[in-house]
Design a protein around this ligand. Structure first.
Ligand SMILES: Cc1cc2nc3c(=O)[nH]c(=O)nc-3n(C[C@H](O)[C@H](O)[C@H](O)COP(=O)(O)OP(=O)(O)OC[C@H]3O[C@@H](n4cnc5c(N)ncnc54)[C@H](O)[C@@H]3O)c2cc1C
Ligand code: SF4
Length: 282
């Protein structure tokens, strides 16, 4: 395997595609390579070409979760989502760009089953073990998106700048379909460079997990208030980060037998999050 260290985003994107992959902190990509789930000929180390750090509302995609956790100037929902993600070691290596692009934690997928998301015909989780899986958007794949910060950024209405375009965080994600099983719209040779995160009047991120530390979201709820408008987004409930148009939209959930409890948890967290953003904090 070859390791490239490009000196500009343009050099990096030229090197991407055709069996090569971008490497940032490596906390997601390296385990996937180790487990044979991702095969890579060339690793393109992007940490020297992707911006890192915070400048007003702009956050470099190479900023680590630990740096965001300590940044008092960013909205509370994003800071709290980073604080509650993974472990201190992982947060000190893992970048926000890599976090948004992490793959599902569905154990069938991670164990290499030939399931629908891997290109097969069947979602094994639906008939099998699925207590950590989806309650929305699970017609084909019932996986639950694991990113805490993605839900926070969705509620905050963040936009991304890539090497090719500007897009809303909502447009980064797509529900997979029979002819395209990707859950993001990012091209193989496209890099996320920067995020622009609006400043709300108040925001919050609440997370239910199996342990109090170092666990993926069973349900994560982000809420952000801009004037009289409150936006809500959820983690851990659908194959992609999920916008909740209103608390009542939880009644439209289509849980599997083993995930109905998540709807109850989401109801409680949404209620608390709405109370939380009524308080005058960022
Ligand atoms: C044990 C464990 C527990 C975890 N718990 C949580 C949790 O509770 N909540 C949570 O939200 N996350 C959790 N994570 C995920 C963790 O936050 C991510 O692994 C980390 O943020 C990924 O960042 P990275 O820089 O290491 O990405 P990498 O591993 O370097 O890359 C990940 C993917 O993103 C691509 N990529 C990286 N940066 C860019 C970019 N700028 N542009 C385009 N493509 C890019 C890579 O090609 C790769 O496909 C956990 C991870 C582990 C291993
Ligand atoms: S939930 Fe998705 S990733 Fe998991 S087995 Fe079903 S199709 Fe595969």
């Amino acid at each position: 395997m070859e390791l490239l260290r490009p000196s500009s985003p343009e050099d990096a994107t030229r090197a991407l595609g055709n069996g090569s992959r971008a490497l940032a902190g490596g906390t997601e990509l390296v385990p996937l390579m180790r487990d044979g789930l991702v095969r890579v000929d060339t690793l393109v180390y992007i940490s020297e070409v992707v911006p890192r750090g915070i400048d007003g509302t702009r956050i470099g995609a190479g900023t680590t979760l630990a740096e965001l956790e300590a940044a008092t100037q960013i909205p509370g929902a994003l800071r709290e989502a980073c604080t509650q993600a993974a472990s201190p070691q992982l947060r000190s290596m893992g970048t926000i760009g890599g976090n948004l692009l992490q793959a599902t934690r569905c154990w069938y997928w991670r164990l290499g089953f030939d399931c629908w998301l891997h290109g097969g015909d069947k979602c094994f989780a639906k008939d099998g073990a699925h207590r950590e899986h989806a309650v929305f958007g699970s017609e084909q794949c019932a996986s639950a998106h694991p990113s805490d910060p993605a839900a926070a950024l969705l509620a905050l209405g963040a936009t991304l700048r890539t090497t090719q375009r500007e897009l809303s965080i909502a447009d980064l994600y797509r529900l997979p379909t029979d002819d395209d099983r990707n859950v993001t719209t990012l091209a193989p040779d496209e890099l996320i460079l920067e995020l622009d995160v609006p400043s709300p009047d108040a925001s919050i991120y609440l997370k239910a997990m199996d342990r109090r530390k170092w666990a993926f979201p069973i349900v994560g709820v982000a809420a952000a208030r801009f004037g009289g408008e409150i936006r809500i987004a959820l983690a851990g409930v659908a194959p992609i980060p999920w916008t909740l148009d209103s608390p009542a939209a939880l009644e439209d959930a289509t849980p599997l037998p083993g995930t109905a409890y998540k709807v109850e948890i989401a109801r409680a967290l949404v209620r608390r999050a709405l109370e939380g953003v009524s308080a005058p904090t960022r």
